[in-house]
Design a protein around this ligand. Structure first.
Ligand code: MN
Length: 247
């Protein structure tokens, strides 16, 4: 298998190294990742300047762009082959519910998916980030499963893994995204010049977290696997808006 790895935490992130190590036995690994932490970059492409590519000592390629740039560049010209799968992560922190809209980790996988390649985003649900090897093993099992029984078309899996030893995982569950409460307010502060600055506040807690959701799985120490799609059309509101336009 030819595997393209990326992330949003940057090419130097420990989660990316753990992922590359965990997937080494699955095939040929190519890493193209952002040169700095681009968490929260979502599906952004850099269109106002050229992108540059460099190679780190460990062979990882890095780009002065977004996670989406990395996968886009790799697949549409940089590599002389089409990867069999794109894997993004292992992210420092969860990507559940509404996080998936902001996430650069999910965005890197989404770019693979949009370009017709099966893709997996994998995140470690924690603030301490201890058991990368657990998430790496989960990634390996999923990639091996894709190799064994391919989906026959592009698929985008959003995977969240509890930060516990592998043997302490309580199972695997295919889920839907939950929803978060509204984000916390921005946090004002003073910069050294005495000017007021603002930090974007933390995401809200889980609001819709009932059985079947990603939040519910993680709450129970279960690995959550959510198949994602990209169509944002609110099909259920087409009649409402049609009626509204006719009124
Ligand atoms: Mn991140």
């Amino acid at each position: 298998m030819r595997i393209l790895l990326s992330n949003d935490d940057g090419y130097f992130a420990p989660g990316l190294a753990a992922l590359a190590e965990g997937l080494a036995s699955c095939g040929e690994i190519t890493v193209v990742a952002p040169e700095r932490d681009r968490s929260g970059a979502s599906n952004s492409l850099t269109l106002d300047r050229p992108l540059q590519l460099a190679r780190a000592h460990n062979g990882f390629l890095y780009v002065n762009g977004t996670p989406t740039d990395c996968v886009h560049m790799a697949v549409t010209g940089l590599l002389d082959f089409e990867p069999d799968i794109v894997v993004s992560g292992i992210n420092n922190g969860s990507n559940m519910g509404d996080d998936t809209l902001y996430s650069g980790t999910v965005a890197a996988a989404t770019e693979g998916y949009l370009l017709g390649i099966p893709a997996i985003a994998i995140s470690l649900v924690s603030h301490e980030f201890v058991h990368y090897e657990t998430a790496a093993r989960v990634a390996r099992e999923l990639v091996e499963r894709v190799a064994r029984s391919p989906f026959g078309g592009p698929v985008l899996l959003n995977v969240n893994v509890p930060d516990v030893p592998y043997d302490a995982i309580a199972g695997f569950e295919v889920t839907r995204l939950g929803r978060r409460h509204k984000a916390q307010p921005v946090v004002p502060g003073k910069n050294p010049r005495g000017e007021t600055v603002y930090w974007v506040g933390p995401a809200g807690g889980a609001r819709e977290a009932g059985p079947g959701t990603d939040f519910h799985a993680l709450e129970r120490g279960v690995v959550s696997i959510t198949p994602l799609q990209v169509d944002l059309t609110h099909a259920g509101q087409i009649p409402l808006v049609t009626q509204w336009m006719a009124s």
